[in-house]
Structure formats: structure tokens, C-alpha cells
Design a protein around this ligand. Structure first.
Ligand SMILES: NC(=O)c1ccc[n+]([C@@H]2O[C@H](COP(=O)([O-])OP(=O)(O)OC[C@H]3O[C@@H](n4cnc5c(N)ncnc54)[C@H](O)[C@@H]3O)[C@@H](O)[C@H]2O)c1
Length: 248
């Protein structure tokens, strides 16, 4: 199918890596659903895309609510007639030392970062079956491999979970022409990094052979490739995009 007919959902697309990914998929011809818990900011991204003459729809969605995930898929298919691409990008990374973690915070991080990936991948993949073609791209993190360095134990555990789920869903949907892959970014210049202390940030950059943070577009371009026809023989793969910070 020509890429201009493809329909994509990106979660957490109101800013940062999600916004860059939505813009990149749109530039490559897809109609994009900009979903985020911040509906106003999401509308801003969609408006920017529409100003360039391309199609986009903003939807306020809290990915930790399963009913909202089902509604996201239904509204997308009702509006655009199909669904071909899902990017599971939304996540939070509160910096909480192990001794200060509460059950409430633990559950919130797991619900947003991991539970959402399971339920949205299932709903979206089932909708993609109609077209016998689909791409699910999960956004994990280098933290999923290291265990999280700066007070991000549960975040890192959810990101390891995302890597594992990528493989299970890859097997599950393979018979339907749907591939499931994952990017594991290193440190990206977004709001998520902004609460690191200057020393931690310096230490992070010091550990990157390329000696800088990633621009969100440098990750978005890899996601867009995984969401394209070009990645047709990749499924269950974890792609590290980290400036050399970790070479597993
Ligand atoms: N920035 C980094 O250094 C880095 C590194 C590795 C991986 N990542 C991953 O990249 C992805 C994007 O992060 P980012 O750096 O752009 O962060 P960000 O904080 O700038 O953006 C996250 C987006 O998710 C949205 N969001 C938060 N909770 C939500 C919810 N319950 N429902 C729907 N949307 C919600 C936010 O409103 C925001 O728009 C995340 O999966 C993150 O784990 C980021």
C-alpha cells in the first residue's frame, strides 16, 4: 500500500519524541492520530501538521485507562477508515529512589508505561488484521537494559517489560503480516531529561561516545523506518539508538 494511505496512532505525541515521531510519519505520508493526556498540546501538534496540508487528528487519551485505549482504536478506524501503524511512546519517568517508592507511584508507572503497551497493542493489532499489514513500534529505553541509573528503578523495569512484550507480540501477530519492533533510545533532549541535576546530566553525556544527547528527530527517523515497508523482515527486534552509550 502506498505510504500516503497509511494511518498511524502515536501515543504521548503532544511533545518530545512522540511529537517528533508524529511529524516524521506525517512527512512520510501517513495520516496521524496525535494522542496524549494533554489534549490541548496534542491539538497544537495536529494543527501544525494540518497547516502543512496533511491530515492529523488530536485525541485526548490517558493510556493508563483501558477503556480509553479501546476508544482510541475505534475512533481512529471510524475517522480514517483503517489503522496500520501504532507507536507506543507515552511514558513517565519520575525520579524516585528505591527507599521512597510508594505502591501508588509504582502502580502509576507500570500502568502508563507497561500495561498500556499490552492493551493498546492487542486492540490496535486486531484492527490492523483487516489490512493484512501492520507495524507496531514500541519505545523502550537503554534503562531497560541497565536497570536505570538515576532513581528510575520501576521505569527501567517497565522498559525491560516493553522489550519482552515486543517479542511476545511479534510472534502473536506475525501470521497477520503485522510486525512488532522496539527502539531503545539512550538520552534524548526532551522534558523527560529535564529533571536530572546538572552533575547527572554531565555524567550522562560523558558516558556517550558521541558526547551529546540525541535530538528527538534522530530517534523518530528510526521509528519511522521500523514503521515502513523497508523493515519488512524485522520483527521482535530491539534497535539501540544511544550514541554508543551501551553496546550490548
Ligand atoms: N528523553 C529520554 O532521554 C528518553 C530516553 C529513553 C527512552 N525515552 C522514551 O521516549 C518516550 C517519549 O519520552 P519523551 O522523552 O518524549 O518524554 P516527554 O515527557 O517529553 O513526553 C512524554 C509524553 O507522554 C505524555 N503522557 C504522559 N502520561 C501519559 C498518559 N497517562 N497518557 C497519555 N500520554 C501521556 C506526556 O503528556 C508527554 O506528551 C518514552 O517512552 C520514554 O520512556 C526517552
Amino acid at each position: 500500500m502506498p505510504s500516503q494511505d497509511r494511518v498511524a496512532i502515536v501515543t504521548g505525541a503532544a511533545r518530545g519524541l512522540g511529537a517528533a515521531t508524529a511529524q516524521e510519519l506525517s512527512r512520510q505520508g501517513a495520516k496521524v492520530v496525535i494522542s496524549d493526556i494533554d489534549g490541548l498540546l496534542a491539538e497544537g501538534v495536529a494543527a501544525e501538521i494540518r497547516q502543512s496540508g496533511r491530515d492529523a487528528l488530536a485525541l485526548r487519551v490517558d493510556v493508563s485507562k483501558i477503556t480509553e485505549l479501546d476508544a482510541l482504536v475505534k475512533t481512529t478506524v471510524d475517522h480514517f477508515g483503517r489503522l496500520d501503524i501504532l507507536v507506543n511512546n507515552a511514558a513517565i519517568c519520575p525520579r524516585i529512589p528505591i527507599d521512597d517508592m510508594t505502591e501508588e507511584k509504582f502502580d502509576q508507572i507500570v500502568d502508563i508505561n507497561l500495561k498500556s503497551v499490552f492493551f493498546l497493542s492487542r486492540a490496535a493489532g486486531n484492527a490492523m488484521k483487516a489490512g493484512k499489514w501492520g507495524r507496531i513500534v514500541n519505545v523502550s529505553s537503554v534503562g531497560g537494559r541497565t536497570g536505570g541509573i538515576y532513581a528510575s528503578t520501576i521505569y527501567a523495569a517497565t522498559k525491560a517489560g516493553v522489550m519482552s512484550m515486543t517479542k511476545a507480540f511479534a510472534r502473536h501477530f506475525a501470521p497477520h503480516g503485522i510486525t512488532v519492533t522496539c527502539v531503545a533510545p539512550g538520552s534524548v533532549d526532551t522534558r523527560l531529561m529535564s529533571d536530572l541535576s546538572p552533575e547527572s546530566l554531565r555524567g550522562t553525556i560523558e558516558g556517550v561516545p558521541l558526547k551529546r544527547l540525541a535530538d528527538p528527530l534522530e530517534i523518530a527517523r528510526v521509528i519511522a523506518f521500523l514503521a515502513s515497508d523497508g523493515s519488512s523482515y524485522m520483527t521482535g527486534a530491539i534497535v539501540d539508538v544511544n550514541g554508543g552509550a551501551l553496546m550490548p
